[in-house]
Design a protein around this ligand. Structure first.
Ligand SMILES: [Zn+2]
Length: 442
């Protein structure tokens, strides 16, 4: 009798262990199933270790990459392949920030209930927010090295994310004909640059909120000023200016004065709060961070830091995000890269500050940029912008042009940086013009 009782307990124990084991397995499957599917040895998803399922398209359904049964294809058109390289990525896995790598799990189409067989075993179709026509226009805009981004600031959809140099992924990187200069890096997200005068947007935001008599003040400029024994040079002798005029003239003397009054702590706080320092997450892709160092009061380095020089660094996407926030009344709809990603909003600025910045960025265009070249403004479109010509220390300058256009036409924010190209107005603004015109259907 005792023996039977012991056996019954033993059987019960085994049964309990089985139930417990099954529960643990189901929990682990629920939590880690997606990762198990993504093991390179899984032949239903990978072929020789390369993702072998799924399709990536642009926002209009143009196929950008497709894999199945060991056959890998990119866009039909070579211009599209080159233009979309960094957004799409490559099957070799060289471009870490590309969709093929970042969204591999989604492309495999794994779900807890159906495994990877949810869509006839061929993975999933993912639509990126980019517009391949705008990408091609950006790629053809004679951008040797740099980044061009455009986003819809109402929806957060990134319509253009072009990084140069690029290469044709169907052929692979060719050291004979392609530039080797960080060719695998998506400069839009993962390169921080000296911002130059586009950083004056940050200094101006801080001045609007911290200097009470800003609108009544007049800022003198005699072409240069000595601060802490250091010569702060300006592009011209601008004379007495209002704050609008000083911003439109991009006057270094005026912004040196503002920076000294605000101090490094306040500027550092604004650079941080406006999203220029910490790395961001854009549609699931991690970005590089920026930099703003604290300099002592009265030093020339502090003056230069408020002018966007010194050791300041920002990424193109962080500048784009700031412009999108100003355009939308202070709250940014976070940039996203997939049509299926949800909208997320973050307040960067108060509505009043955003409105003032907006007004002054439009004054820049009307007062200083319009007429400088026919390739800046677009007929019938109200533009808000800031140029930057950022000295990089080797005698050359990065050309920047950042801003947005009116929501009545299309709510588009943009950023262009052309490395070592020279003046922002001459060499970055026309590239923004070309891409915006394409997106506006011109
Ligand atoms: Zn000046």
């Amino acid at each position: 009798m005792k023996k039977i009782k012991n056996r019954a307990y033993f059987a019960l124990l085994i049964a309990l262990a089985l139930v417990a084991g099954t529960i643990v397995y189901i929990i682990r499957l629920w939590n880690d199933g997606g990762d198990w599917v993504m093991l390179r040895a899984n032949r239903s998803v990978f072929s020789n270790g390369v993702l072998d399922v799924g399709e990536v398209t642009d926002r209009n359904g143009v196929i950008l990459a497709r894999a199945g049964d060991g056959v890998y294809a990119y866009a039909e058109d070579e211009a599209v392949r080159r233009a979309c390289l960094h957004a799409v990525g490559d099957y070799e896995g060289n471009i870490g920030a590309g969709a093929l790598n970042v969204y591999a799990k989604r492309l495999a189409g794994y779900s807890f209930w159906n495994g990877t067989n949810s869509i006839d075993g061929k993975g999933k179709k993912l639509a990126l927010t980019i517009d391949s026509r705008a990408q091609v226009m950006a790629c053809n805009s004679a951008l040797d090295r740099g980044a061009i981004m455009v986003m819809n600031y109402e929806t957060g959809e990134v319509l253009c994310m072009m990084s140069a140099p690029s290469f044709d992924p169907a052929v692979g990187y060719d050291s004979e004909t392609d530039s080797a200069d960080g060719v695998y890096i998506n400069r839009c997200l993962n390169t921080a640059y000296v911002p130059g005068s586009v950083f004056k947007i940050v200094t101006l935001a801080a001045a609007i909120e911290n200097i009470e008599d800003l609108d009544e003040r007049r800022f003198p400029c005699a072409g240069s000023v000595i601060v802490g024994g250091e010569l702060i040079t300006c592009t011209d002798s601008h004379g007495e200016q209002t704050i609008e005029e000083a911003f439109a003239n991009s006057c270094n003397c005026a912004f040196s004065e503002l920076t000294q009054q605000l101090g490094g702590e306040i500027l550092n706080k604004y650079a941080k709060d406006l999203g220029l320092i910490e790395p961001l997450e854009v549609g699931g892709v991690g970005t590089a961070g920026g930099r703003y160092d604290l300099w002592s009061e009265g030093s020339g380095s502090l003056s230069w830091s408020g002018i966007g020089q010194s050791t300041d660094m920002v990424t193109p996407v962080a500048m784009l995000r700031l412009c999108a926030a100003i355009a939308a009344g202070g709250t940014v709809t976070e940039p996203r890269l997939l049509m299926s990603q949800a909208e997320k909003k973050t307040q960067l600025l108060s509505e009043e500050t955003a409105a003032k910045l907006r007004e002054m960025m439009n004054y820049n265009v009307v007062y200083a940029y319009e007429g400088a070249s026919p390739l800046i403004t677009i007929d019938g479109v109200t533009m808000y912008a800031k140029t930057g010509t950022a000295e990089v220390g080797d005698g050359t300058s990065h050309a920047w042009f950042v801003g947005f256009i009116d929501e009545e036409t299309q709510p588009l924010a943009f950023v262009v940086i052309s490395e070592n190209a020279g003046s922002g107005l001459a060499f970055a603004a026309p590239k923004a013009h070309a891409v915006l015109t394409t997106l506006l259907g011109g």
